[in-house]
Design a binder for this molecule. Structure first.
Ligand SMILES: C[S@@+](CC[C@H](N)C(=O)[O-])C[C@H]1O[C@@H](n2cnc3c(N)ncnc32)[C@H](O)[C@@H]1O
Length: 257
């Protein structure tokens, strides 16, 4: 695992920091309970793989222990996993995972053809979601695909991680479809499809594409983080991009408590 986090983004920092600490502590139990992907995950992974050129570079943002990193690699993609929790990244032996905050990604503008972000944006306070979506738009090349899920509902707040046997808390923010689609549009994404599914709680999953530069004011969005542009596909990700070791995801999934 490589640590590439820059200075902490200020918006929503307390909620994000407490959530990260909780994931550090529940990581092994999280990996055990979520080792097998639900049907909705497999379907969305297939859809993402079919929407980008063969052998494309994809970032799995909020990858946790890397289950979906391996599933995307099995579909012939070059995948870098990114997560804020070092505990989560160390909970498996999946290679090519990098510690970073999704609000400040260590990737050059236009570096990836696709983004997979499953059940992770849910942990950002509502006010921080635009910053993360702007980062996604920045690193995704024009016409690239975003596949994501986020909790469906109203409000936001801390929840105790009881399903993972912990009294520590994680932040959850819930969205209704109109608000989510509006935020994605502002960030420069066109919705291809959106649907709800149930996995312990209600979720919305979305397949969207990044609009060409210039559309919908996207130029302004993508240049605001231009100073972050470093060496592009960072060395750790180059190592990550080939198919990693096989992982035996043997335990049954309980789907995101
Ligand atoms: C519910 S888990 C999902 C893990 C994986 N995507 C999956 O579907 O199994 C949410 C993940 O988001 C990560 N996360 C939360 N806030 C984050 C942030 N600001 N930047 C990057 N990762 C974050 C957590 O550490 C955790 O691993």
């Amino acid at each position: 695992m490589t640590e590439l986090n820059g200075p902490a983004p200020a918006v929503g920092q307390e909620q994000v920091a407490e959530t990260r600490r909780t994931y550090d502590l529940i990581a092994s139990e999280f990996a055990r309970q979520n080792s097998v992907a639900a049907a909705e995950v497999a379907e969305r992974l297939d859809e993402l793989a079919a929407s980008v050129p063969a052998g494309s570079i994809v970032a799995d943002i909020g990858c946790g222990p890397g289950r979906d990193v391996m599933m995307l690699r099995a579909r012939g993609l070059h995948v870098a996993g990114i997560d804020l929790s070092a505990g989560q990244l160390r909970a498996s032996d999946v290679p090519g995972l990098v510690q970073a905050d999704m609000r400040r990604l260590p990737l050059q503008a236009g570096a990836v053809h696709g983004i997979w972000c499953w059940a992770a944006l849910v942990h950002l306070p509502r006010e921080a979601l635009p910053q993360a979506l702007a980062e996604f738009a920045r690193i995704l090349r024009s016409g690239g695909s975003l596949s994501m899920s986020i909790a469906e509902g109203d409000g936001e707040g801390f929840e105790v991680a009881t399903p993972y046997g912990s009294d520590r808390r994680r932040w959850f923010t819930r969205y209704r479809e109109p608000e989510l689609t509006a935020l994605l549009a502002v960030a420069g994404f066109s919705i291809r499809n959106i649907r709800g599914h149930r996995a312990y709680r209600d979720w919305l999953s979305v397949h969207a594409t990044r609009e060409p530069a210039g559309a919908n004011g996207l130029d302004a969005v993508t240049t605001q983080n231009a100073e972050l542009d470093g060496p592009g596909f960072v060395p750790a990700f180059a190592a990550a991009s080939s198919a990693g070791r096989a992982k035996n995801w043997a335990e049954p999934a309980l789907a995101y408590g």
